[in-house]
Structures are given as C-alpha cells and as structure tokens.
Design a protein around this ligand. Structure first.
Ligand SMILES: Nc1ncnc2c1ncn2[C@@H]1O[C@H](COP(=O)(O)OP(=O)(O)OP(=O)(O)O)[C@@H](O)[C@H]1O
Ligand SMILES: [Mg+2]
Length: 418
C-alpha cells in the first residue's frame, strides 16, 4: 500500500540555494532538513569524474573545492529561458543537457522530502521570480515551462507556481499581529523581486488573496551579478582584463565576463574555448598575466575564484570592513583587495537599478511611503550592507525588518493555496 500525503510541498529552487517546506492541510509549514540539520542547500551539482559519483549541495561544493576531478554546476536557474538550457555537455561519460541536470537536482529534493515525510509528496508549489528573463515574455514563459517539465519528469504530479516575493510575504504574515501594508523585498542570487501586499491575521484565513497583492515588480539582478562585477573589477585585471597589448589595444574582454559569470564558467573549459584563450597571448604585453589566465582555465579554477569573490563580498558586508581575497591557487602569494569603498563604488549602478525597481513597485501600488508599515527583507543578498543603505536612503521613514534569509520563500510556498 502506498501512503498518500495530504498537504503541500513548497519548493524554492533558488539560483544559489534551495529549500523545501511542508504544510499539512491545517498546520503550519516546516522546513525540511536537506543536508544534516541544514534546511537550505546550495543549488549545486558536482559530477566526480574519478569515481563517476554525483554530489549535491554543500557536498558538491566541498568536492570541487577540495580538488576532486570533475564538473561543478552552479546557478542552474540562470539558464532557464536561455537556449543554453538544452545544450548538452559530456559529464561522467554521458551526454546530458542542463535541463536534465536541473531535473536531477529536483529529484534529490524530492527524495529528501520523501525520506523526511515517509511518503512521496505529490502536490507541489514551486516558486518563480517575477521575471525569469527581463522584457521577454516568451522566454519568460519558456523558463517556467522548462521548470515544470523538470518537476514532472521526476514524479511531481500536481505542480503549480507562485511568485517568490508573494510566498515570502505569506511567511512574514504569520508573525504579524495587526493588519499591515508591507513592501516585501526578496534579493537572492539571480533576481530581485518586490511586492506590495496587505497582510494581517484576518486576511490570512482567506483563500483568495489576489486583492491583497497591490503590485509586483522584479529585475534580473542578484548576488551572482554582484559577484560578477566585483570579480571583473578586483580580480580579472590580474588575468589581463583591460590590459593593453603591444598595439595599445585592450585584450578582448569577453572571456573575462564569462569567467566571472557563475553559469557560464563551464563553457570555457571546452577544447575550442581553451584554444581560443591560448591564442589571446598575442594581445598581451605582460606574458605572466596570460599564463595566469591559462592556469585558471586548465586547472578549472573558475568556480574557485567566483567562490572566493563571493566569500569576500559577504565578509566585507558583514564586518563592514576591508578584506582580502586569497588567490594563491592561481599563483603563489597572489591576492586581491576587497574594500568597503570598492564594493560601494562597483555595486552602485546595480544597486541603484534594484532600488529603482522597489520604488516602481510602490508607485504601481499607488502608495506613498507614509502608507507603508514596513519593508520586509528576505533572500541572502538582502543582507548586503550597501544595499540596505541604498534602500533606507530611498525610503527614509519606513522601518526595515530583517527576515529569514534562506527559508522564508519555501515556507510561504507551502502555505500557498491553489
Ligand atoms: N551576509 C550576506 N551578505 C551579502 N550577500 C549574501 C550574504 N549571505 C548570502 N549572500 C548572497 O545571497 C545570495 C543567495 O541568496 P539566496 O539563497 O536568497 O538566493 P536564491 O534564492 O538562491 O536566488 P534567487 O531567489 O534569485 O533565485 C548569494 O549571491 C550570496 O552571495
Ligand atoms: Mg530566492
């Protein structure tokens, strides 16, 4: 006899981290442990080519960082809506597409949910950003269709979608004891999503909440874009970005953009890309910089650099102080500074666009700042200090409330009724 579960599984398939939560028909949602006690896990897959094993989450990242031979896949969600999703790559002697890799990751989430719940969940609400792809409704719809297809392929039979910032709001609502109008900000790894909603204990009991959602906006900017920009400015010049060649021209910059973009790194390891990179040597006056670039590509250190940049960003933000990025894997004693001023300067334009999107959301809702009771912050990047400063400067008189950075969306998805 197969047990049938009454309830909803919320799946927050994030660009950087994923989480799942379960709500039975009456109770409150609980996050399901995914790796040991941890209820969020990196959206990462590692294909170990030494023993042909597959690893997920922290385990995947650790394998890569400890130098196991193989391929690390990160930022898979950024490929949804892109033609690259269906491109195939050879891993562990098999030709697979990135769509298949997403399905493999979802299958693992399903397995871990089944372990925790004692039976396989069938009813699933998946999160989606307000825009997977900016200004392209067709590709945006394609992105959701691909995610749906991956979820169905691994055995989820009843799948619906909810906007991530609305899910975050539904989770925050559980904490409120009075009616409030809130700007919910979900700043993750790939996207920034905003919603203005009316929340409160009484509204919570109503099945249809469409009237309470006053506006939503979103932009395809998140922590991985901050990593890219910081890598380009602080690290890539050490490999030849903006370096002048013998003719006084800069080294073609494309490769440095790809190498600082989490979801494009893997393409640089293909034989064709490696020979293109090798041919760049004529564009350098300082051969050492080109040697570093080739060392990074041949030893597949792209994700390692991205990881170091990300960690330096987080340290710099948390300590509100300058820090240094260790690049000794690239070359003995090589390091790059990451200062508070560097971060403020390099991220200013991206943060301005993000804050403008928050402003647009409040405008679309037809509200003035005085009508907002709070700005609720969720998503890992919402902890970024320069972002909080920029947001507080824009909404000077509205209190910022820091929420659950990594679990709120999954819980809110499980609360979603359809
Ligand atoms: N303390 C911190 N300060 C700044 N950024 C942080 C901090 N902690 C995590 N981040 C960043 O948060 C991002 C991940 O956030 P989160 O897990 O909410 O994203 P996600 O849900 O995977 O992405 P998305 O919702 O866009 O698909 C990463 O870019 C990470 O570098
Ligand atoms: Mg998220």
């Amino acid at each position: 006899m197969t047990l049938s579960l009454q309830g909803t599984l919320g799946i927050d398939f994030g660009t950087s981290n994923s989480a799942i939560a379960w709500a039975d028909t009456h109770g409150s949602a609980r996050l399901i442990p995914l790796e040991g006690q941890a209820t969020a896990m990196p959206t990462a897959v590692f294909y170990n080519s030494e023993d042909l094993s597959i690893h997920f989450g922290r385990d995947a990242v650790t394998q890569y960082l400890e130098g196991a031979e193989g391929r690390l896949m990160r930022s898979l969600k950024s490929l949804l809506g892109s033609p690259l999703l269906l491109e195939t790559t050879v891993v562990n002697n098999r030709q697979i597409s990135f769509q298949d890799i997403i399905a493999t990751f979802l299958a693992t989430l399903r397995e871990r949910a089944t372990q925790a719940l004692g039976a396989a969940p069938t009813r699933v609400v998946m999160g989606r950003p307000v825009h997977f792809v900016d200004d392209d409704p067709e590709r945006d719809a394609q992105a959701q269709a691909s995610l749906l297809q991956a979820a169905q392929a691994v055995g989820f039979t009843e799948v619906s979608f909810q906007l991530e910032p609305i899910a975050a709001a539904l989770d925050y609502e559980r904490r409120l004891d009075k009616e409030s109008t809130v700007l919910v900000v979900d700043l993750g790894g790939g996207t920034s999503d905003f919603t203005v909603v009316r929340l409160g204990p009484e509204r919570m009991t109503q099945a249809d909440r469409t009237q309470d959602v006053l506006a939503t906006t979103g932009v395809h900017i998140g922590g991985t874009d901050f990593d890219q920009k910081l890598s380009l400015e602080q690290v890539m010049p050490l490999l030849g970005y903006r370096h002048l060649g013998p003719q006084g021209r800069e080294v073609p910059s494309r490769i440095f953009f790809d190498l600082s973009t989490w979801h494009l790194i893997n393409w640089l390891y293909q034989p064709r890309a490696l020979s293109d990179a090798q041919a760049l040597w004529t564009n350098y006056t300082d051969a050492r910089l080109h040697q570093r670039l080739m060392h990074v590509l041949k030893h597949r250190l792209g994700h390692r650099i991205a990881y170091e940049v990300e960690q330096a960003k987080i340290r710099c933000s948390q300590q509100d102080g300058d820090t240094v990025l260790d690049l000794s894997e690239v070359e003995a004693n090589l390091a790059a500074p990451m200062g508070v001023a560097d971060m403020r300067e390099h991220l200013a334009a991206l943060l301005a666009r993000t804050v403008a999107c928050a402003r647009e959301c409040v405008q679309k809702a037809g509200l003035t700042d005085g009508a907002l009771d709070a700005i609720y912050l969720t998503g890992g990047s919402s902890a970024l200090r320069p972002f909080q400063r920029a947001l507080q400067a824009e909404f000077a008189n509205v209190p910022l409330v820091e929420g659950d950075l990594f679990g709120g969306v999954a819980s809110g998805l499980a609360y979603t009724r359809s």
